[in-house]
Design a protein around this ligand. Sequence first.
Ligand code: PRP
Ligand code: URA
Length: 206
Amino acid sequence: MHEAVQHPILQHKLSYLRDKQTSNKEFRELISEITMLLAYEALKNVELTPVTIETPIASMTAQRVTHDIVIVPVLRAGVGMLNCLCDLIPTARVGFIGLYRDHDTKLPVEYYVKLPPVANDPIAILVDPMLATGGSTIAAIDLLKQEGFYNIIIVSIVSAPEGLEAVENAHPDVRIYTAAIDDCLNDNKYIVPGLGDAGDRIFGTT
Ligand code: PRP
Ligand code: URA
């Protein structure tokens, strides 16, 4: 299942994110703002636990998120989405999956994995701004499932249709939230129109 989140504020911010004139600083800020808006939508079905609290006026049963949530950025570019998610869900635990796309084959190469232990059926939120061929997302989901994470939500900012299809074929159980489904991939497997190389624009490595 995938959902393209169409909120006008999100689409407005995305237009600046895509613009090649946008500075690295603004790009990082926009990544955070867009991630917050996507995560708000992605977590709309998260379970709530009733808790009794005292307002200054009366006692009441209020609702709190107590579900174990693990945020998993895909290195490098996913790191740009991490801080804002920690602000949104301060109780979340964090894991890291390091993957890069080989320049020739365009296939993901794993170089680092550090995930928290699985307990209490956690929700894993896998974050990476770009879902191009889908190879990196599929590899990251494979790793999460090997470690016992089965309740997985993907938050990607820009996706290619062929990548979405590949991820959904490989892992039909995951839910994908994205701000845009673009036209296609070019010969270098970059998303068109896309936004270029997300990691380079976040970290200023162009
Ligand atoms: C980018 C991006 C994804 C991947 C998407 O990372 O952040 O992880 O490519 O492409 P795919 O869907 O075809 O696998 P990259 O390999 O450029 O590494 P970086 O984040 O370290 O720059
Ligand atoms: N990785 C990126 O950063 N951008 C793309 O368009 C594809 C892969």
